[in-house]
Write a protein that binds this ligand. Structure first.
Ligand code: 1HN
Length: 351
């Protein structure tokens, strides 16, 4: 037996012996554990709304929102099956609430965002205040705030309302920091009139003696109308970035920081014919198409997108956006965590 063979045999025998003690040799794994650049975790993927919507409406015939607590179809990354994850740190689902339904009140340490995809007339309530949901609205549920949803029966029968839920579920699970409880009442009492938070914090003003609001924005609805106005104005004024088009991030008006401490949220406008340059960033990102059509080129694969589709860009995958029609894209990622920990990296290529 050669010296090398003998050595390898001795090593393998050693590895087997220590395996029984739940030990393994770092030197066999070092490069995987500390990669030269982010190794793919999760795949690029796109969900067509025209495919998703019938399944969600069918779910509406099988279970009520009240029985389900949240009637949601979870968008699971094809490379992360079984983990309720669209990226290693993020959760995404599409929620349906039909006219006459409520989704009962509860709270949890996971932070949530809603991005309204379809329908009018539903509300969400956060800590005693309701807000009516309109397509394109960005609504937040801060950690440990009571929240419930409802879609009151309108005179005309009302509409199914569908929104995208984005939560930090995998992050909170990873940290072992998850707590939840149900409210004693399915529909929490209303303690503040509608529009109260917006009047206090939504106009570049704040109450002189506002109570400290913690780490999350005191605004809980960022209406699409306002966001659209801002994007349109900047487009007209020619502020189009070669990678992003016109892109803004949602802001906590009290701190200038992120609206949600664990979830970075953005809205961007791509003019018709826009062909963006390629970027990479460490924060894997979920996109929800508000309007328009075009292509997302992610890791060399081309995904055609249309209004209401959802797609995901993995960490450090090269990506670029190309708009056939003028397009508006909402997106969210875990960028606040990367930034807080000094881990955020972005590379913008020149083509
Ligand atoms: C939740 O509370 C909502 O409030 C949606 O609408 C999705 C997924 C997991 C855990 C809690 C909601 C959720 C969730």
């Amino acid at each position: 037996m050669t010296h090398d063979n003998k050595t390898n045999q001795a090593r393998r025998a050693f590895y087997e012996r220590i395996d029984h003690h739940h030990l393994f040799p770092l030197w066999e794994q070092l490069h995987n554990l500390v990669p030269r650049e982010p190794a793919p975790a999760g795949l690029a993927a796109l969900w067509r709304y025209t495919d998703l919507r019938p399944h969600l409406l069918e779910a509406g015939t099988l279970i009520s929102a009240q029985e389900a607590v949240r009637r949601v179809l979870v968008l699971e990354n094809p490379g992360l099956r079984g983990q309720a994850s669209i990226t290693p740190s993020l959760y995404a689902g599409l929620q349906l609430i039909l006219p006459g339904e409520i989704a009962p009140s509860h709270r949890h340490s996971q932070s949530a965002l809603r991005f309204v995809v379809e329908g009018r007339g539903a509300y969400t309530a956060v800590d005693g205040e309701r807000t009516t949901l309109e397509p394109g609205d960005f609504v937040i549920t801060p950690s440990m705030t009571w929240h419930d949803h409802g879609n009151p029966c309108a005179a005309d029968g009302g509409q199914p309302v569908i929104w995208l839920d984005g939560l930090d579920i995998p992050t909170v699970r990873f940290l072992g920091a998850g707590f939840a409880e149900d409210h004693p009442q399915a529909v929490q009492p209303v303690t503040r009139p509608q529009g109260n938070s917006f009047a206090r914090y939504g106009n570049n003003l704040a109450p002189v003696r506002h109570a400290a609001s913690g780490t999350t924005s005191p605004l809980f609805n960022y209406p699409y109308e306002r966001t659209w106005d801002a994007l349109q104005t900047l487009l007209r004024q020619g502020e189009v970035d070669a990678w992003d088009g016109v892109k803004l991030r949602y802001n906590n008006p009290l701190t200038g920081g992120w609206a949600i401490p664990t979830l970075g949220t953005f809205m961007q406008l791509l003019p018709q014919g826009f062909s963006g340059k390629t970027w990479r960033s460490t924060d894997a990102t979920v996109f929800s198409v508000v309007e328009g059509s075009g292509q997302a080129v992610i890791g060399g694969r081309t995904f055609d997108y249309a209004a209401k589709d959802i797609f995901v860009v993995p960490s450090w995958a090269p990506a670029s956006l190309h708009a056939h029609q003028q397009s508006v894209l909402f997106s969210y990622s875990d960028r606040p965590i990367h930034e807080a920990l000094g881990l955020f990296r972005e590379h913008r290529e020149n083509h």
